[in-house]
Design a protein around this ligand. Structure first.
Ligand SMILES: NC(=O)c1ccc[n+]([C@@H]2O[C@H](COP(=O)([O-])OP(=O)(O)OC[C@H]3O[C@@H](n4cnc5c(N)ncnc54)[C@H](O)[C@@H]3O)[C@@H](O)[C@H]2O)c1
Length: 316
């Protein structure tokens, strides 16, 4: 039986603890299990975060094990080695697939039936790994994908256009990483095509600005890691947003990573595209129309991921 008020987080480093902190404040859950190979770390984070509960919502927060997570509605996996300065996300692949081989089978053996949210990097490869190893229906395994990158895009466009980023509808698609791209041709502000909105605000140099902003989005993680060694607040809010869409059965469109089954001609890889997310995880994917250039970028991104996946042994 799934306990609709329970969440578990595996990996209590920067990303796991920040996500736990954000989820504690969300009021979505009344029970939160923190799991880490470093048990003391999980215990310390549980205590620290629990001491904020009197200022937020009642929630039992404790360090636990996979048996405690078996009936959770969502398990968020953030365990893994973090990206080092100068290291690409894809460099991390073998290290973190190895870590997943020690985590996902334990989740499977616990009888977990909820939604598995993968955050560890490289998130698309690890989402694929979790689909292969967990035995869960593919729609119940979601990667945070380009939800964070899309938030960065909306934030930067909001700054540039002096408009609330929540009124910007634009997506980063593809790999969460170096081959991601902005789907500019479908970008809108309050239903107005982005270029028209820009003209209204006196911005005319569209191509150069798009290229600059897309590069800044792509390099955000590298810049933050160079300056403070890790990124965690933006992703924590992304985790909270995805968990809210699931627990409130919102049918919200989010660019999560999930298994492609023929969309844009792609199969047998996990990659990000706008996706309707509800109580059961993926409801369906929304194949927004792409320009020829964007389609080429998506294919390139998918090929880059496929080349990695083909080299990895996913046998748990
Ligand atoms: N998807 C995104 O947008 C996004 C954004 C930021 C970071 N990340 C990724 O999140 C991951 C975590 O980053 P971080 O900064 O929190 O790293 P971190 O080193 O601070 O934390 C990782 C935690 O995982 C734990 N861990 C390692 N192996 C484990 C295992 N087998 N079982 C349980 N716990 C285990 C470690 O003890 C540690 O506490 C990285 O892969 C990072 O690249 C993803």
């Amino acid at each position: 039986m799934v306990n609709d008020r329970k969440v578990a987080i595996v990996g209590c480093g920067f990303v796991g603890s920040s996500s736990a902190f954000a989820l504690m404040q969300s009021g979505l859950f009344s029970e939160m299990v923190l799991i880490d190979v470093d048990r003391a770390r999980a215990e310390g984070e549980a205590l620290d975060i629990a001491h904020g509960v009197p200022f937020a919502n009642p929630c039992k927060i404790y360090a636990g094990d996979y048996a405690d997570a078996a009936d959770a509605a969502i398990i968020v996996v953030t365990a893994g080695a973090a990206q080092k300065p100068g290291e690409t996300r894809l460099d991390l692949v073998n290290k973190n697939v190895g870590i997943f081989k020690s985590i996902i089978p334990q989740i499977r053996e616990s009888g977990f039936e909820g939604v598995l949210l993968v955050v560890s990097n490289p998130v698309d490869v690890l989402t694929y790994a979790a689909i292969k190893m967990s035995g869960l229906p593919e729609g119940k395994v979601i990667g945070s994908g380009t939800v964070l990158d899309t938030a960065r895009l909306k934030y930067m466009l909001g700054e540039h256009l002096e408009v609330d980023p929540r009124d910007v509808h634009a997506y980063i698609m593809g790999e969460h990483g170096d081959s991601e791209f902005a789907a500019w041709s479908s970008a809108m502000v309050a239903g107005v095509p982005l270029n028209t909105f820009c003209e209204m605000h006196g911005h005319h140099d569209h191509k150069a600005t798009e290229a600059r902003i897309a590069e800044e989005v792509k390099n955000s993680a590298y810049e933050i890691i160079a300056k403070k060694h890790a990124t965690y607040y933006g992703i924590a809010m992304s985790v909270r947003r995805i968990c809210t869409a699931i627990m409130h059965d919102e049918d919200t469109v989010l660019p999560v990573s999930s298994l492609m089954v023929g969309e844009y001609g792609l199969n047998d890889i996990a990659i990000s595209m706008p996706t309707i997310v509800g109580r059961g995880g993926v409801v369906c994917r929304v194949p927004v129309s792409l320009s020829d250039d964007e389609m080429a970028e998506l294919k390139e991104s998918a090929s880059a991921l496929k080349a990695i996946i083909d080299q990895v042994d996913f046998e748990a």
